[in-house]
Design a protein around this ligand. Structure first.
Ligand code: FMN
Length: 119
């Protein structure tokens, strides 16, 4: 077996192999809530050792592209739970990538007011 497909550890986690999937925005989270299509997408890739989610907004004013997921409401947390359950069932581990879109965001995607300059 090649090294790439051998088990390894990352801190306290055991990974089934050394393949890591990078964050890839897919714009599929209608209403910014992770859904069944996303659970299917991630489960299909869960032969990796570790999956890092697509950029996910930690707050309403962090939204900035159409249909990116968030993780600031109960519905979003429940949606992500469906995704992580599907991924864990295939043996992969999952990390979230927090992504705040800052001032590049379009106000049509942001759910609150303008952001001020941070510099
Ligand atoms: C310079 C650059 C940086 C990116 N960084 C991220 C990122 O940090 N998180 C994320 O979810 N998507 C990011 N994306 C978007 C994904 O990379 C994109 O979904 C991925 O390249 C897949 O491309 P595809 O639509 O051609 O399959 C980035 C894109 C570019 C061009």
């Amino acid at each position: 077996m090649s090294l790439l497909f051998s088990k390894t550890t990352l801190g306290s986690l055991t990974l089934q192999n050394r393949l890591v999937m990078s964050p890839m925005t897919r714009n599929r989270a209608t209403g910014n809530i992770p859904n069944e299509l996303m659970a299917q997408y991630y489960a299909q890739r869960a032969s990796a050792g570790l999956i890092i989610t697509e950029g996910t907004s930690p707050s309403p004013n962090g939204l900035g592209y159409p249909r990116i997921p968030g993780i600031f409401s109960a519905a979003q947390v429940a949606g992500w739970k469906r995704v992580t359950d599907a991924v864990h069932a295939q043996g992969a581990k999952m990390f979230i990538q927090f992504m705040h879109c800052g001032r590049t965001a379009s106000v049509t995607d942001r759910k609150s007011t303008r952001l001020n300059s941070s510099h």
